[in-house]
Write a protein that binds this ligand. Structure first.
Ligand code: NAD
Length: 246
């Protein structure tokens, strides 16, 4: 029970990697407030799975890229669970297209959801974490943010931006006991990657040293480690979980 007595916010946990992170945290004893946007049914399933682990679970319909909603989420989590110790900025979307065909709207929306929401939620949680002189912030980036990927200028920019945000906030808040790290998953089997054409998947598999795609639990295990006391001397880092893809 490495996270016993801790309260965590996990964004975008109605399915996929976010749900796996929330559930792994709950198995270690953490209470969870998580967000979703449209998927009521998925959010309900996540909440029941968390409650089955015997922890308190709060499902909040909120888009963290809106400043008011981000502040409201942190208030609801604090009122419902108590002080927030762990924040995982996981919510993410793709709107893929080649540069010349990518609309400014699709660029903005991906930057808003993937990067701006992490900035707003980090800001909204920082004061409480500073007061308690303890906090763990984990930003879910991507190998794409490190190496780039054709057709994903918006996504790559948002995920690279998360790395810059991580390193900067780690420097600003380290002296207050707040650790900030980024996790860079490779190809993980979720609904997000399921939508890709078979030939793209085949090509990607060829670049994975371990010869298989990852699972949400592979990412969640790293997040549990980072959130736990075992990683208390780690901050400002980007940890890859990609089977050797990068
Ligand atoms: P997914 O599409 O299966 O799930 C995304 C989650 O985010 C959903 O619960 C969705 O409801 C939520 N969400 C979307 N927009 C939101 C918003 N505006 N506010 C709040 N929640 C919102 O995706 P996934 O594959 O589980 O990916 C999770 C994270 O991991 C994303 O940030 C993604 O970029 C990153 N990632 C995924 C992979 C992969 O291979 N699947 C690789 C690298 C990084």
């Amino acid at each position: 029970m490495r996270l016993q007595g801790k309260n965590a916010i996990v964004t975008g946990a109605s399915r996929g990697i976010g749900r796996a992170i929330a559930l792994s945290f709950a198995k270690e004893g953490a209470n969870i407030a998580f967000t979703y946007t449209k998927d009521e049914e998925g959010a309900g399933i996540t909440r029941r799975l968390l409650e089955d682990e015997g922890v308190r679970a709060l499902a909040v319909c909120a888009d963290g890229s809106d400043e008011e909603q981000a502040a409201k989420l942190v208030k609801e989590a604090t009122d419902g669970l108590g002080p927030v110790h762990i924040l995982v900025n996981n919510a993410g979307i793709t709107r893929d297209n080649l540069l010349l065909r990518m609309s400014a709207d699709d660029f903005d929306r991906v930057l808003d959801v993937n990067l701006k929401s992490a900035f707003l939620l980090t800001k909204a949680c920082a004061r409480g974490m500073m007061k308690q002189r303890y906090g763990k912030i984990i930003n879910i980036s991507s190998v794409v943010g490190v190496f780039g990927n054709a057709g994903q200028a918006n996504y790559a920019a948002s995920k690279a931006g998360l790395i810059g945000l991580t390193k900067t906030v780690a420097k600003e808040l380290g002296s207050r006991g707040i650790r900030v790290n980024a996790v860079a998953p490779g190809f993980i089997q979720t609904d997000m990657t399921e939508a890709l054409p078979e030939e793209v998947k085949e090509k990607m598999l060829g670049s994975v040293s371990l010869g298989s795609f990852g699972t949400p639990d592979d990412v969640a295990a790293l997040c549990v480690f980072l959130a736990s006391g075992d990683a208390d001397y780690i901050t400002g880092q980007v940890l890859h979980v990609d089977g050797g893809m990068a």
